[in-house]
Design a protein around this ligand. Sequence first.
Ligand code: GTR
Length: 326
Amino acid sequence: MKAVMKLVATAAVGIMATVGAAQAQQVTFRSSDTHPADYPTVQAVEFMSEILKKETDGRLSIQVFHSGQLGEERDTVQQTQFGVIDMLRVNLALLNNIAPITRVPGLPFLFRSEEHMYKVMDGEIGQEIMKALEPHGLVGLAYYDSGTRNFYNSRRPVRTLEDMKGLKIRVQQSDLFIDTMRALGANPTPMPFGEVYSGLQTGVIDGAENNWPSYHSTRHFEVSKYYSLSGHTMAPEILVMSKRSWDKLSAEDQELVRKAAQESVAKMRELWKEREAQSREAVIAAGAEIHEVDMDAFMKAVEPVYAKHVTDPQMQDMVERIRAVQ
Ligand code: GTR
């Protein structure tokens, strides 16, 4: 009995010592993502965690709470600002109402191609946008792909502006997206991502807009089969860290986190390309109908969105610089 007691006592001391040492050093960042475990954004942050673990012998790592476990995106943005969540992967649209300059990459039809978007976001403009988040408690770490967003709805094929009329289309909770949708003739309905499937199913909304992987992973195609290749925005994804969590790190650790985030970008792009092709194929096989739209008319219709949202000189200048990027 005595021997057993002694063993238990020794074991307990041992564990405490390990915990004590671990607490002093080990940091596991809590990161949030609305997407499921196999989605490229989630996988990219997992990949980043592996890099961090390797570089620090397991001292720094990331635990990704995927599938919206920590809440809908707008709430998780606030929690990240407060430091309740350390890291967040979110679409730039969700930051539009916090830092207006983040609207620029989401402006309709601004980027001519994916290459154009990469060049802009990988360069100094991308950095300037990240900097603008810091006064709002967020430190930008990396941009991830989100492809191009297209409309889909459950009522009819949309090819022309006329077809858009009267459709209730769910948008992200951003004034820019609300106004873009209105300019195209639809009735915008801002709504959290997690509510869209039931909204489509019950007919509260007629449609939504998203890239191939999201249209697929959410199974929205089951209840909304007309997909139109409008490509109206390429608002990228962003990985941010709470400024509160960031400020607790040493300069060396900040550097390690930045580097690991940057290294995860190439991985994400590779995963994204594969996923886009797979999702496209899967939804078509499941019965989604793909339609081309009258691009010239769509592009013309969104001009008032620029007049309304690109108001200050910094934004105007950024739009011009983006257009000049070859
Ligand atoms: C996805 C994006 C999510 C979320 C979602 C939405 O493409 O990755 O972060 O913004 O769209 O439409 O709400």
